[in-house]
Design a protein around this ligand. Sequence first.
Ligand code: HSE
Length: 400
Amino acid sequence: MINVAVLGYGTIGSGVVEVLNMNQEIVKRNAGQEVRVKYVLDLRNFPGDPIENILVHDFDTILNDPEVDIVVEVMGGTTPAYEYVKAALLAGKNVCTSNKALVAAHGPELIQIAREKNINFLFEASVGGGIPIIRPILRSLNVDNFYEITGILNGTTNYILTKMYNEGGSFEEALKEAQDLGYAERDPSADVDGFDAARKIAILSSLMYGKNLNYEDLSVEGIRKISTADIDYAKSLGMKIKLLAITYNVAGEIYSEVAPHMIDSNNSLYGVDDVKNGIQLKGNLLGDTMFYGSGAGKLPTASAVVSDVIDEAKHLNTNIPIIWETENVKLAERGKHESKFFIRVDKDFAEIKNTFDLEQLITLEQYPDEYAIVTSKMTFADFYEKIGNREHIRSIIQVK
Ligand code: HSE
């Protein structure tokens, strides 16, 4: 029998307990033995909950119990998650986690400890919720030279943008609903300002290239500034606005960013709506490949966590190699990166349409005091030089 301790009894933690009960037989068959939750750690009490009898408040109870084989960390944040996970690994316990903040900040170190101890630190649920993406990157997508990874990696913002697109509601209303449905992070800024997606693309890119892509080095822009007007213009262009997390690898020069983009229906990510996530990879042998599924939510995320529990149960004293070195990837300068740009501007400010190479010029009846353009592809350096004073600019969105 495998004994598991679950750290954190929030949305994901309670999901992990539920999945281990609900799909007990399947888990047993695939793990090769029974998997039992021996402890749940949380600061709170849960009177009347079935876990009441296994609830502990002191992490040392778990750390000092030699029967605990696997620690499942689903607390979120890095404090005290980092301290607990490191202590568990050093004590020879396998760890799996859904915590992207922990993995993005401390992944290489924790992987190295697991390697030295001949145990495992796994984190399938940290990117894309229930979508299998980490394991495929490590085990299957390890031949190609991947020159682009583009993801809709945040369910909350995708839910908000989809709702605004379909129903025209406000950003705040849609955010409130996403939070009520349990998709959002404790601090909504992590979602809406793009930091959650930045951590996730940093994790995927680090695994893809074997070195550390520091999420703090990325250019990150969220969706707070996206307005109903932007969405109306996007619709008139046959496009949707999506928060994309992208890493490009152009002849070894790696550039990575998170930013809202307009995409059209030829893009595989166009149909990724609501809380769903999608990850598109472009490789020199495989061509385009796409992963799609539930990027957030209790049971989908818990299912990915439990898949790690099963992998660890089967490899209790065998390290599954993960290459993610501590050396940082040096990112290419943003100025060299190319994009098309959508620009909305005051009607009497003709300079913009006269300055840029235009692919489109758009006016919409409902916005008589403004116009918009889509530029042809240009470098960011060129764009910044031409855009000049932004006083009359109402919005700027990249067009993919
Ligand atoms: N807040 C995250 C999201 C949860 O909305 O995608 C899953 O990581």
